[in-house]
Design a protein around this ligand. Structure first.
Ligand code: NAD
Length: 423
C-alpha cells in the first residue's frame, strides 16, 4: 500500500502553512446552525465538472424554493469550468479548495472531484468546521488508511457527513433493513446485487474540453495529481481520469458503491472478514481499470455478499430501481427479501412457517430529496444522514479489499484487532 510515501506526498501537497492555518481558523469561526434557523447556510462546491454541476443544479433548486441555503463558492483546478460555474451560480471562484474552506461565508461543502481527492478534501473540510457532502467512492482504492482516518475524524467531530450514494434516499432499503433487524428473514446468510451498463465511462464518456490544454495559471496539474504518482501533464489523464488506476478503479469503486451501500445497510454490516474478486479489461482495452468486476465478501457474522458487474452489457436479470443498480436479493435462514412490481416481497424459505407477503415502498430514489435531507441535517446539526461516513467506511473497505484482491491475485483478509487489510 506504500502508505508512508503517500503520507509524505500528502504533506508536500498540503505544504502551504498559511493556508493550513486559515483552515484551522475557519474551524473556530464556523458555528452550529441550529441556533440560527432563519439564517441561510452558505454552500461551496468543490469540483465543477459533470457531477459538481449536478450538485449545483440540485442546490440551486433548494436555494430558489426552500430558501434555506445560498450557493456562495465553487472551486476547480481548471479555470474555464470554474469561471462558467461561478458565473452561472453567482458564486465566488477558487482554484484551491483550501481557500474555499477558509471562506467564512461557507458553512457546508459538497465534493465532486476525482476519487483520489475526496478523502483529503473531506478531512480538510471537517477540520475547517464545515459539514460535508462527499461523492462516492469516499476515497480512492489505495487509500485505506485515509478512509479509516476520515471515519474517525468525522465521528469525533460531530460534523454532518453524507456520502453521495443517492440511492439511499430510496425508502425500500431502509424498510428492508428494518425488516431484517426485526427478524423477518431469520439469520442473514447471503445477499446478491450488481451493476450492469453498456459504455465505457472514460474513453468515450468523458469530454476533453480542450485537446490543447496545458498546465499554467488556468490549469493546476500538481493540484490535480494530489497524492497520486508524479507524472508529466497528459490531457487524457486530466480530462478522462476514470481510465487510469492512479485516480479511479472501474466499476468496483465507480459503480458498486451505489449497489453495495444499500445492501450493507440492509444487512447491518460492519467491516468484512475476507474478499476475493475476478474480472479485468474484457471489452475496453485502452484503459487501465477493469470493465468487468465480480466480488465476494464474507463477514464475521457468517454471511456472504456477492456483487457482479460489467460495463459490457446492461441486461439486469432483476428489476432496477433508481439507477442501473440491480435489485438485491437478501437471503436469511427463514426467508428472502427482494423488490418486485415496485413492492418489497418476502419469500419464505423452504420449510419455514412464515407466509409470503408484500410490503408497499414508502418512497423512491430522488437526488433532490437526498440533498434536501442533507441540508436539513446541517441546519439541525443532526449527524444521522441517509448515507453516513461510518457506512461509507465499511463499504469502501470491502471495495478496497476486493480491488486489491484482483490486482494482487490474492485473497484479502481483514485483521479486526489491528483494523487493517492483510494480503
Ligand atoms: N453519485 C453519482 O451518481 C455520481 C455520478 C457521477 C460522478 N460521481 C462522482 O463525482 C466525482 C466527479 O466525477 P465527474 O464525472 O464530475 O468528473 P469530472 O472530471 O467531470 O469533474 C471533476 C472536476 O474536478 C476538478 N478537479 C480535479 N482535481 C481537483 C482538485 N484538486 N480540486 C478541485 N477541483 C479538482 C476537475 O478539473 C474537474 O472539473 C467522481 O468521484 C465520481 O465518482 C458520482
Amino acid at each position: 500500500m506504500k502508505k508512508s510515501n503517500h503520507e509524505m506526498t500528502r504533506r508536500a501537497f498540503l505544504g502551504n502553512a498559511a493556508l493550513t492555518g486559515a483552515i484551522t481558523a475557519g474551524a473556530m469561526t464556523a458555528s452550529r446552525r441550529a441556533a440560527a434557523a432563519n439564517d441561510k447556510l452558505g454552500v461551496g462546491v468543490i469540483g465543477a465538472g459533470g457531477r459538481g454541476n449536478s450538485h449545483l443544479q440540485a442546490l440551486k433548486h433548494i436555494q430558489d424554493n426552500d430558501k434555506t441555503i445560498e450557493i456562495r463558492a465553487v472551486c476547480d483546478v481548471y479555470r474555464p469550468r470554474l469561471d462558467r460555474a461561478a458565473e452561472r451560480y453567482n458564486a465566488k471562484g477558487y482554484m484551491d479548495h483550501r481557500e474555499l474552506l477558509a471562506d467564512p461565508a461557507v458553512d457546508v461543502v459538497t465534493i465532486a472531484t476525482p476519487d483520489h481527492h475526496h478523502g483529503y478534501q473531506a478531512l480538510d473540510a471537517i477540520r475547517a468546521g464545515k459539514d460535508v457532502y462527499c461523492e462516492k467512492p469516499v476515497t480512492h482504492w489505495r487509500q485505506f488508511e485515509l478512509t479509516k482516518e476520515l471515519a474517525k475524524v468525522a465521528a469525533d467531530s460531530g460534523r454532518v457527513f453524507q456520502c453521495g450514494t443517492q440511492g439511499m434516499s430510496d425508502a425500500a432499503w431502509i424498510q428492508m433493513g428494518k425488516l431484517v433487524r426485526e427478524g423477518l428473514i431469520g439469520r442473514p446468510i447471503h445477499a446478491e446485487c450488481g451493476f450492469f451498463r453498456v459504455g465505457d465511462w472514460g474513453e468515450a464518456g468523458m469530454p476533453i474540453d480542450d485537446p490543447d490544454a496545458k498546465p499554467g495559471p488556468d490549469l493546476n496539474w500538481e493540484a490535480f495529481l494530489g497524492d497520486s504518482p508524479k507524472r508529466d501533464f497528459d490531457v487524457s489523464r486530466f480530462f478522462r481520469w476514470r481510465m487510469y488506476e492512479d485516480y479511479a478503479g472501474g466499476p468496483c469503486t465507480d459503480l458498486f458503491p451505489h449497489t453495495l451501500t444499500p445492501v450493507m445497510h440492509i444487512m447491518n454490516s460492519g467491516l468484512p472478514s475476507m474478499a476475493v474478486a475476478t474480472g479485468g479489461m474484457f471489452r475496453y482495452t485502452e484503459r487501465e481499470v477493469p470493465d468487468t468486476f465480480n466480488m465476494l465478501i464474507d463477514f464475521p457474522e457468517k454471511y456472504t455478499i456477492a456483487v457482479l458487474g460489467t460495463q459490457g452489457n446492461d441486461y439486469q436479470a432483476t428489476e432496477v430501481r433508481g439507477s442501473a443498480a440491480r435489485i438485491p436479493v437478501i437471503r436469511g435462514w427463514e426467508g428472502a427479501l427482494t423488490v418486485r412490481n415496485n413492492e418489497i416481497e418476502f419469500i419464505p424459505a423452504h420449510g419455514s412457517d412464515k407466509k409470503a407477503h408484500t410490503i408497499p415502498i414508502e418512497k423512491g430514489e430522488n437526488l433532490l430529496h437526498f440533498f434536501q435531507e442533507f441540508i436539513e441535517c446541517c441546519r439541525n446539526g443532526d449527524p444521522n444522514t441517509s448515507s453516513p461516513m461510518q457506512l461509507a467506511y465499511h463499504v469502501q473497505t470491502a471495495l478496497i479489499m476486493s480491488y486489491l484482491s484482483l490486482r494482487e491475485g490474492k485473497v484479502a483478509r481483514f485483521d479486526h484487532e489491528k483494523e487493517m487489510i492483510v494480503l
